[in-house]
Design a protein around this ligand. Structure first.
Ligand SMILES: [Cu+2]
Length: 377
């Protein structure tokens, strides 16, 4: 029998703790577990990596792996999943840019203008200010300890007010805050007010993988999953190699964007809150279900830049990395072609145009893709 209020409270607390534990395990949001069948995805041209990992040879290179899988012909729309070109070659990740460095400190080397400004603000201003404030406080503390020790002051001072001191210790923090706020607001404005955009990529967080779609390029979508280590996959399944990237950061399908172009990321989620962050680009933003947030990046230097989901989103939160490959514009067009997409102004593939207007839409391949992706996780 539960008699005392303490016992009742104890039971309630236990129930709440269980609910939190279940939620953390990703069991509670039923909607989060359902396949995203209703996604209006026009075409999934590059799911080879996500849909058919077992069809790939062990340890094959990323390039070979990204070639289209020998997919089963889709009777309703036989050409929808057929990439038009397959010779795109992915870049090898660098050892020191776009990746965390072992025992490294500070921010990753920034590759966007906003990132460089933010890094300068952080390293040359905020850090300096912190050091100065800490030093001043420590010195004042030492002076007070020494000067006002009991031995030197048998009769303690009864001073309780000092107008000049009070004005100083009010004004100085105000000045410090203003000195931080002015460059901060300027930086925030730059982060969230992109210049005219050259390309838009829609980024969707899922438990526990990312999907990237390219509305400017035919609307195709790719599914990006963590690549597991060799010891962790079944025989015949694809595993990570150094060509893919570091452990826990390498993915089967990278987001590819053109160098020197302003790319806007529309970030949302299919289930719970995730967050999209590529440290070398600096900006980070939440992926909220039912909302679209925006950030942007303009990266001049081609390369591979890794990031991670940065919002605790369930049991496998730590296993949904992000890999963005920045390529020269002509290579980007090649990649778009390899995924069955089109460049702006380019005619869609004849096969797509030939589909009768009233034809029943093909069964959405993304369902299978996402299910496979989830299962892989
Ligand atoms: Cu997440």
């Amino acid at each position: 029998m539960l008699q005392s209020p303490t016992q009742v409270t104890g039971v309630r607390m236990k129930l709440i703790a269980w609910a939190i534990a279940l939620a953390a395990a990703g069991l509670t949001p039923a909607a989060a577990q359902t396949p995203q069948a209703a996604q209006p995805i026009k075409e999934v041209a590059g799911p080879a990596a996500a849909t058919a990992p077992s069809e790939r040879a062990q340890g094959q290179s990323l390039d070979a792996a990204n070639a289209p899988a020998p997919s089963t012909p889709d009777s309703a729309n036989p050409t929808a999943t057929q990439p038009t070109a397959t010779n795109f070659t992915h870049a090898l990740p660098a050892k020191n840019i776009g990746v965390p460095i072992r025992a490294g400190t500070g921010l990753q080397e920034q590759v966007t203008d906003v990132g460089r400004e933010a890094a300068g603000f952080h390293n040359n201003w905020l850090l300096l200010l912190c050091v100065v404030i800490c030093a001043v406080v420590l010195i004042l503390l030492c002076i007070a300890l020494w000067k006002f020790r009991r031995g030197a002051n048998p009769t303690p001072s009864r001073t309780s007010h000092n107008t000049l001191l009070e004005v100083v210790w009010t004004l100085v923090p105000v000045i410090i805050l203003v000195a931080i706020a002015v460059p901060s607001f300027s930086l925030l404005r730059k982060q969230y007010m992109p210049p005219p955009v050259d390309l838009t990529v829609k980024v969707t967080g899922n438990q526990w993988f990312w999907t990237y779609s390219y509305p400017d390029n035919g609307g195709f979508e790719i599914v990006s999953n963590l690549l597991k280590e060799k010891a962790d996959v079944k025989t015949g399944d694809r595993f990570r190699t150094d060509a893919d990237g570091p452990p826990l950061l390498a993915v089967d399908e990278r987001m590819v964007i053109p160098a020197g172009k302003v790319v806007k990321f529309l970030v949302t989620s299919n289930d719970v809150i995730h967050a999209f962050w590529v440290p070398a680009f600096y900006s980070k933003i939440d992926a909220n279900p039912g909302q679209v947030n925006e950030i942007w990046a303009k990266v001049d230097e081609p390369g591979v830049y890794f990031g991670q989901c940065t919002e605790l989103c369930g049991a496998r939160h730590g296993y949904m990395p992000i890999a963005v490959e920045v390529v020269p514009p002509e290579k980007f067009a090649e990649w778009i072609g390899s995924k069955g997409g089109t460049m702006p102004g380019q005619q869609p593939a004849a096969t797509q145009a030939a589909q009768p207007a009233g034809a029943t839409p093909a069964p959405i391949p993304a369902v299978a893709t996402n299910q496979a992706a989830t299962a892989q996780n």
